[in-house]
Ligand binder design. Sequence first.
Ligand SMILES: [Zn+2]
Length: 314
Amino acid sequence: MRAPVLLSRRQAVLGALCGCCCPVLSRAATSEPFTTDEVAPGIYIRRGVDEDASPANEGAIANIGFIVGREAVAVMDPGGSLIDGERLRAHIRQATKLPIRYVVLSHAHPDHIFGAGAFEQDRPTFIGHARLPKALAVRGDYYRKRLAAIVGAQRAGTVVVPTELVQTRKEINLGSRALEITAHPIAHTNNDLSVLDRSTGTLLASDLLFVRRVPSLDGSLTGWIEELTRLKSSPARRAVPGHGPTGVDWPSAAADLERYLGTLLRETRDALRKGLQIEEAVNVVGQSERGKWALFDDYHGRNVTQAFKELEWE
Ligand SMILES: [Zn+2]
């Protein structure tokens, strides 16, 4: 069975006009029906808005979705708040009555996983990176309080810990549909998972891939560049980014992220070589990227700070 693809006319028009960096035209998630795009047969993705979590979008800012096999459904990711997860679950239940057997938690960032509580009633296997439990132990409560302050405690949700951990690689089968789950070395974070659907050549990269929305670096700059290079040799022909359009060509869609990360690496090293202080580096590194990404001013400075701290020990 297929999920209704109810891309509204307004969404289609806005996507064509913009889809990147225009806050005036960005969609308010809660004023629109919950819709998904079928990016490949049986893979349905809801596009997150290019905003930070707010009372208006209720945390629905990441690309989330589900994959339907012959016997079961896998969710990746469950959403940015409990209410976001509940909407995703209701959407899945309209599309198929097959059991929701797996919920993949791609990494610890709250915009991807705080909807997990909506799926506890399905008793799925919650799959996470081997380092996810520690990341949630360290930051989960902080994330929960911050989200509760934005959307309200009832709608924020709670931390759901994974019930199955992936050290390197794991395969799950939804019935005539095998998904390959990879636990990556430190990159966007230290607990990133990706999912490869070989049957359609689709890589669900989550935040290992940002398109149009500025990346946020919370792991290792050099590690992320290495992982991106590795992912480009994946057999996938299409990818689902964690933020940006729901489906993009692979590996060509990695080009902008690669350029951004490469610029950050090169210019941060230059700044260190010139003896700049971290505050000075923030003002000069990567400024050629301004205007090319949504939310640039919200995240770029932090990325430079993170890169500086990583590279000053080289
Ligand atoms: Zn993330």
